[in-house]
Design a protein around this ligand. Structure first.
Ligand SMILES: Cc1cc2nc3c(=O)[nH]c(=O)nc-3n(C[C@H](O)[C@H](O)[C@H](O)COP(=O)(O)O)c2cc1C
Length: 378
């Protein structure tokens, strides 16, 4: 009996712990570091975050490092960024700017940007410099990038300056802490810089906790959208083909503003599917099958144009179907319905489009059909 009671108490205790961990603010301290200076500050930031009872820091790198002090750190993925309640970014100063490693990582977040996935997520920045030349420009540049994401930028203000040894240069800035690793008058980061870093972490955790659960669940929405299209294609047994390679001096698609322009023929597995002229080499059914092949090629190219996220398609604006027909043929619209139906089947309302159809006496590479498409995308 006693044993059973103890067991039950243990289960309840474990569950309470799990619930408490779930309620904590998860804060990513995302860094690039070559020589470890940024990492030293990151550890102090994490200490400050941890000092707020309900916040947990995770220090991760934007890319792997062979530096013995850094090589065991986990590398973050772009996709995981949406899973945190706040992100503190740390980078070395490179030419009065953020480092190449940090810049390359941020360049991979285009899809998060266009889907507004980081909007409303609190962010703060810190940096390790050499002499400190251009450090505040670099901090400001960091903010510029994060502002594009619509993140809530949390400055550090004037914090911890009372304890700073003002007889030596120090890395306090109002945006966030920095350190000047090449000034070896004292050990860097200095005691005062470490203290400011810790205070920055603590203050940031407070803000992240206050904002926790206030933003719409963008991440969930984005994932749902993603899944929807994968799901829709699966349910309808539609497999997108490989993007056909251009056969001349042109691009598979061109994006101009929010419009994507695509032209395709009935290429399948490297050769033209059901080639020839309608009523001579092929019948209507064969041309309809070729039309479906062609439209799938169009959607496959479109998928590439939106970085694999078809939820970014706002509207199919126009489809133009050109068919290799004899002069007296008049039922082009029926052939083209195959492409239109497929587009509406996949995109619903967003798939409804303006349309033109016409006949041609010949089409490149013997295809029985060519489709020109214009889509509006995010
Ligand atoms: C390409 C490059 C450019 C740099 N530009 C600057 C600079 O403009 N100002 C500065 O103070 N330090 C500059 N540094 C020095 C680094 O910011 C400094 O070494 C920093 O502490 C490195 O951080 P880490 O130890 O985390 O790698 C530069 C370093 C490199 C490699």
């Amino acid at each position: 009996m006693k044993k059973r009671c103890l067991f039950l108490i243990l289960i309840v205790f474990t569950n309470i712990n799990i619930i408490m961990a779930q309620n904590k603010a998860k804060i990513l301290v995302l860094i690039h570091s070559d020589n470890g200076g940024t990492y030293e500050l990151a550890k102090e930031i994490a200490k400050g975050i941890e000092s707020e009872n309900n916040a947990v820091p995770y220090i991760k790198m934007v890319k792997s490092s062979q530096n013995p002090n850094l090589k065991n750190l986990t590398v973050a993925t772009v996709d995981e960024l949406t899973g945190y309640d706040g992100i503190v970014f740390g980078s070395p100063v490179y030419f009065g700017n953020i480092s190449t490693g940090m810049s390359e990582f941020l360049a991979k977040t285009v899809q998060l940007w266009t889907s507004h996935a980081l909007e409303g997520v609190p962010a703060s920045v810190f940096m390790s410099a050499g002499s400190g030349a251009g450090k505040e420009l670099a901090m400001q540049a960091f903010w510029n990038s994060l502002a594009v994401h619509g993140m809530i930028l949390v400055p550090n203000g004037i914090r911890g300056t009372e304890e700073l040894n003002k007889a030596i240069p120090q890395g306090n800035t109002v945006l966030g802490v920095t350190s000047m690793a090449s000034l070896k008058d004292v050990e860097r980061p200095t005691k005062g810089e470490r203290n400011i870093a810790e205070l920055q972490g603590k203050n940031f955790a407070k803000v992240a906790l206050a904002l926790k659960d206030t933003r719409p669940k963008r991440a969930a929405l984005v994932a749902e959208h993603h899944q929807n299209f994968a799901e829709i294609l699966k349910q309808k047994n539609i497999t997108l083909p490989q993007v056909p390679k251009p056969a001349g001096n042109y691009q598979p698609f061109v994006r101009s503003g929010n419009l994507v322009f695509i032209n395709q023929v009935a290429l399948k597995d490297g050769k033209i599917f059901n080639p020839g002229k309608l009523g001579v080499e092929v019948n209507e059914q064969q041309v309809k099958e070729a039309t479906k092949v062609t439209m799938l090629n169009v959607i496959s190219v479109l998928n590439e144009a939106v970085g694999g996220d078809l939820s970014r398609v706002k509207q199919c604006v126009q489809l133009t179907g050109i068919f290799n027909t004899k002069e007296d043929y008049t039922k082009h619209a029926e052939l083209m319905n195959v492409a239109s139906d497929l587009t509406v089947e996949i995109f619903g309302e967003k798939g409804k489009h303006a349309r033109a159809t016409l006949g041609a006496s010949s089409i490149p590479v013997g295809s029985s059909v060519e489709i020109q498409a214009i889509f509006e995308v995010e």
